[in-house]
Design a protein around this ligand. Structure first.
Ligand code: CS2
Ligand code: MN
Length: 346
């Protein structure tokens, strides 16, 4: 496995120089953030990103994410143009040496939480999800401030988009995903870029929108939509793991050969459809982080890993979920587990 760390570009207060000092982290996960969703990423821009990362003594490992335009998910408008652009971006990424791309197929919203800075009992702050609170939120009224979504929507855009999704069932979303994969994975195979879909977070429908990458059965269906090693997964323990029906160890065992990118973090289920993002160590949450790392080890996983989100600790402020300190603790913990498992296997 290769340990990586997400970096949000030049404006990220967590600089490459700081990341470089985390032991055993060698890869960077990043993206180009100022290109409108759906437009082609120029080769020169990708090269500049790669050179910046390499100048800090790190490698550009994974692109997270190349976002998928809503027209592709809704299956109308300009989807063919956006799919062609997506393929062009993949070709440019490959030319710059990138071999793994993470993306998701969640309608409108990326990861969703009810509170971005909930105070845990140890005084740290974490992202939480409380079902009651989310059910009362109205995205059209602009009541949402989410860390992972396109903030450029106006209230009118949001209403129009949500209205459009009223006619889109889960089956429609599956069909639109297949239409996308049939065109994109062919190119991914040609240029040897492993595509790795990120599961839906949380893995259930929100605001009446369909969500499909949510459980074992659906992941099986996804992998069969286009049966190729280039049509793979980002297995995010914290996204899938908030549903007690998903056993992450079982998922790693079932799909390891198609997992190209592992997001490992703990969460604590606090009620039905309620959870908080907890400290990484197994005993702090509901997931068996040791068991998950061991499953990757036992299956010979040689893809990329990253610690995913962290709490805000030691007074740090910054992008919710993406501070330096707790994610660095996560990387070190995961490396420690890996070393211990590796040593005892020999
Ligand atoms: C999140 C997401 O769990 C996560 O990794 O930070 O924003 C994730 O980056 C996207 O859903 C991937 O497309
Ligand atoms: Mn994740």
């Amino acid at each position: 496995m290769k340990m990586t760390f997400r970096w949000y570009g030049e404006d990220d207060p967590v600089t490459l120089e700081k990341i470089k000092q985390i032991p055993a982290v060698s890869g960077i996960v990043s993206a180009i953030y100022d290109i409108p969703v759906g437009e082609v990423w120029p080769y020169e821009r990708i090269l500049r990103l790669k050179e910046t990362v390499e100048a800090a003594g790190l490698e550009l490992s994974v692109i997270e994410s190349v976002p998928v335009h809503e027209d592709i998910k809704t299956g109308d408008g300009d989807r063919d143009r956006y799919i062609n652009n997506y393929c062009e971006t993949l070709r440019n990424l490959a030319k710059a040496g990138v071999d793994c791309v993470c993306y998701n197929f969640m309608p409108v919203f990326d990861w969703t939480r009810s509170n971005l800075a909930y105070e845990l009992s140890d005084g740290s702050n974490a992202l939480i999800y409380d079902n009651e609170t989310v059910l009362k939120m109205d995205p059209v009224k602009g009541e949402l401030s989410l860390p992972g979504w396109d903030a450029s929507y106006t209230k009118d855009d949001m209403k129009a988009l949500l209205d459009k999704y009223k006619n889109i069932s889960e089956e429609d979303l599956w069909n639109n995903l297949k239409y996308f994969l049939d065109r994109v994975i062919k190119v991914a195979e040609e240029v040897k870029v492993k595509m790795a879909i990120h599961p839906d977070d949380p893995p259930w429908g929100i605001f009446g929108l369909p969500r499909i990458i949510t459980n074992k059965k659906n992941i099986e269906r996804f992998l069969k939509l286009y049966d190729s090693p280039y049509n793979g997964l980002t297995l995010c323990s914290g996204s899938l793991g908030v549903s007690p029906d998903n056993d992450i160890v079982e998922l790693v065992n079932a799909f390891c050969d198609r997992i190209h990118f592992a997001h490992i973090r703990n969460i604590k289920i606090t009620g039905e459809r309620c959870f908080e993002e907890s400290a990484h160590k197994t005993e702090y949450g509901s997931l068996d982080i040791y068991g998950i790392v061991k499953a990757y080890y036992d299956n010979g996983f040689d893809g990329y890993i990253r610690p995913d989100h962290g709490r805000m600790i030691w007074g740090e402020t910054g992008k919710p979920g993406y501070g330096l300190f707790d994610r660095a603790l996560g990387a070190v913990y995961l490396n420690g587990l890996w070393e211990a498992i590796d040593r005892s296997a020999k």
